[in-house]
Design a protein around this ligand. Structure first.
Ligand code: B16
Ligand code: MG
Length: 219
């Protein structure tokens, strides 16, 4: 029986990838190379440190530890300049109603995100109070596909992993959910997220009862 829904943040609740892109592009340009939106696709769901390693590899740039830390700080400051301007209009279609319906049924809600900025993003979009637990990049040691983030979310809500559904837009996140022994709904393209038990384009035109029934049908 489903007792907890765990949501990834970027690409599921809100599309912050466009702001990550602008900040990474500014950093790449400051280091003398360009960074495209196609390059940015590879950073979705990837932690900040691993993202910087990928960006530097693209530009064939090596940074000493102090410069590496400074680059991380610059990128995050530029990213937060955008985040501090967002509001509830950035919530992806159907998400707010879906979350409210989950909670109305007495099902717990948790956030399971790689982002260290999850709290401020949820505050800005007005959804902070909609989560029983928030497990973000500050609370985990191992990045997705390691199941740590989702197992922590299950533990924080007191729900067994088998009774959790994870909603994820990144391949590594889908793998993390499966590694946690949870049901997984991919949000995005079926061809990309084919390991998920079910893939939906988003939260419009669906509801928690429908999702639970669709998962039962493919079990
Ligand atoms: P931050 P998610 C991820 O969020 C993003 O998809 C990824 O692009 C980003 O690098 C990562 O968070 C870390 O974010 O720099 O804010 O700590 O999809 O796991 O919610
Ligand atoms: Mg994501």
């Amino acid at each position: 029986m489903i007792k907890c829904c765990i949501f990834d943040l970027d690409g599921v609740i809100v599309d912050t990838a466009k702001y990550h892109y602008l900040a990474w592009k500014r950093l790449a340009n400051s280091l003398g190379f360009d960074f495209s939106e196609a390059d940015n696709e590879h950073l979705k769901g990837v932690s900040r440190v691993e993202s910087l390693k990928l960006v530097l590899r693209l530009g064939s740039v090596a940074l000493e530890p102090l410069a590496f830390e400074a680059a991380l700080a610059d990128k995050n400051a530029w990213y937060l300049d955008y985040i501090h301007q967002i509001g509830p209009e950035e919530i992806l279609p159907g998400v707010a109603d879906f979350l409210a319906a989950v909670r109305a049924q007495g099902i717990k809600t948790a956030l399971g995100s790689a982002s260290k900025n999850a709290q401020v993003i949820l505050e800005r979009i007005g959804l902070l109070e909609q989560f029983d637990a928030i497990i973000d990049g500050n609370k985990v040691a191992n990045a997705k596909p390691d199941p740590e983030v989702f197992l922590n979310a299950a533990r924080a809500t007191g729900v067994a992993p088998a009774d959790c559904i994870v909603f994820e837009d990144a391949v590594a996140g889908v793998q993390a959910a499966l590694n946690a022994g949870m049901q997984c709904v991919g949000i995005g393209e079926p061809a990309v997220l084919r390991q998920a038990h079910l893939v939906l384009p988003g939260f419009q035109n669906t509801g928690i009862d429908q999702v639970i029934a669709q998962l039962a049908a493919v079990a």
